[in-house]
Design a protein around this ligand. Structure first.
Ligand SMILES: *Cc1c(COP(=O)(O)O)cnc(C)c1O
Length: 235
């Protein structure tokens, strides 16, 4: 028996409460259902329950799954992207959250121009400096944003981060706060056409804290679909 509908409703309510607690408009927080390892039938169920945004961390999995999910869902690539998969990523995804290096920016730009698209991208920042995670270091962020801004195949929409796993989500509040500050720093440069409209931060165990710190997109898997197999546990 399926309970995706109940889980979706419960998570949406927690999103709403967290936004209200922070004095924010709940409509400004988008729930992205992270569907990696989730079979297409269950993804379809979530879509039927009103989920519009889906997150996948691998190009190949999305390529297999997207044709099997009906409806007008918006697909977000949230995982590390190899440069040689940029062409497929541009074909398959509406948004890319994992722009983390100049080479990838150039490649995505070229592929997007060929596809006659302006691809919305978020720059992934490795705020906590974890060796196991991708993302540009905070010191390299402004250079990467400047470069991406000059590439008209890309629309730089904001920043993304993955916080370290912590027993208590309060421990990672400074990570979310730092991402928000970095976005404000970028905005203060007044670069042509760049506004940090989005902060993609917060996962199942820490999304409420992320919302309190300004998240506009939360990426939630486990709290909607249950535990994944260990191999896929964190992107
Ligand atoms: C898997 C994944 C998520 C969702 O994680 P949960 O803890 O299951 O909510 C969010 N963001 C990224 C980048 C991921 O790889």
């Amino acid at each position: 028996m399926s309970n995706v509908g109940e889980k979706v409703a419960a998570v949406q309510e927690r999103v709403r409460q967290a936004a209200l607690r922070a004095g924010r408009d709940p409509d400004r927080v988008t729930l992205i259902a992270v569907t990696k390892t989730v079979p297409p039938e269950r993804v379809q169920e979530a879509v039927a329950c009103g989920v519009r945004h889906l997150g996948e961390n691998r190009v190949q999995e999305a390529r297999d799954k997207r044709p099997l999910v009906a409806g007008d869902a918006v697909w977000h690539l949230i995982g590390h992207l190899q440069t040689n998969k940029a062409r497929q990523a541009v074909q398959l995804f509406d948004w890319v959250h994992s722009l983390d290096r100049a080479e990838l920016a150039e490649e995505l730009h070229g592929r997007a121009v060929t596809a006659e698209r302006r691809l919305p991208v978020l720059v992934q920042v490795n705020v906590a400096g974890e060796a196991s995670k991708s993302g540009v270091a905070p010191e390299g962020l402004i250079d990467l944003v400047r470069l991406a801004t000059r590439l008209d195949g890309l629309q730089v929409k904001g920043l993304m981060t993955i916080a370290p796993l912590a027993a208590d989500p309060e421990e990672v509040r400074p990570v979310f706060r730092r991402l928000s500050q970095l976005a404000a720093e970028v905005d203060s440069l007044g670069l042509d056409g760049v506004r940090m409209e989005h902060l993609s931060m917060g996962m199942s165990h820490d999304f409420e804290v992320a919302i309190e710190e300004g998240a506009t997109m939360v990426r939630i898997g486990t709290a909607l679909f249950g535990e994944r197999t260990a191999a896929y546990a964190r992107g």
